[in-house]
Design a protein around this ligand. Structure first.
Ligand code: SAH
Length: 201
């Protein structure tokens, strides 16, 4: 998988080694074992999908994560992206809106020894605290103000923006004022939508 990721332009060695060390099949139904390392999104139940490995790699690389950084992830889903960030040494706080996924994934991460803190909640509200990095793994119609407020000055947010298709944005909060937010664009992706509220089933 690592060679395929290199071929797709992933060069951050910390990302590549984390992805080499975290088995993606742990985060999927065993019926999908034979395709677990293909570069494709796959179903994880609750009408959601695990992102393409190349998307996980790209978002992780854009995030410029260093060990001990506090990272807030919106959209825990299968927990694969969460695990990769943990393996990179980040302190990960992750929020999922669907109770079914939250229950299953928080248990799995714990059992596999990933020390992420999992929360059931609405990612539009983010999580109390302030973070060095914020990664959104669902397609957001706009950049949530609350999340920008929870990003430390100097921090980076990676967020796929748009409905239907999304453009991958990296926003660097160079100052508190909106004019001091540097926005860079990194191509088109297709994510499941970021939805309002929580789903308690
Ligand atoms: N990083 C995950 C991506 C899963 S898909 C993985 O690789 O498996 C995106 C996830 O975002 C879904 O589980 C979906 O339920 C969740 N989601 C959508 N809107 C949300 C919101 N407002 N708050 C938190 N999670 C949300």
């Amino acid at each position: 998988m690592v060679e395929a990721l290199r071929a797709k332009g992933i060069s951050d060695e910390a990302v590549l080694s984390a992805m080499n060390e975290v088995p993606r099949h742990w985060f999927l139904d065993s019926a999908l074992d034979s395709v677990a390392y293909d570069d494709r999104a796959l179903p994880i139940g609750c009408e959601q999908t695990i992102s393409h490995p190349s998307t996980v790699a790209m978002q992780s690389q854009l995030l410029c994560v260093r060990p001990t950084m506090k990272v807030l992830e919106i959209g825990t889903g299968s927990g694969y992206q969460t695990a990769v960030l943990c393996r990179m040494g980040a302190r990960v706080f992750t929020v999922e809106r669907q109770k079914g996924l939250f229950d299953k994934t928080s248990r799995l991460l714990r059992e596999q020894g990933f020390r992420a803190q999992c929360f059931l909640g609405d990612g539009y509200q983010g999580l109390t605290g302030s973070y060095d990095r914020i990664i959104v793994t669902c397609g957001a119609p706009e950049v949530p103000e609350t999340l920008m407020a929870q990003l430390k000055t100097g921090g980076i947010m990676v967020i796929p923006l748009g409905e239907g298709e999304q453009e991958m944005l990296r926003i660097t909060k160079e100052g508190e004022q909106r004019e001091q937010w540097k926005v860079e664009k990194f191509g088109t992706y297709s994510f499941v939508p970021m939805l309002d509220g929580r789903q308690m089933r």
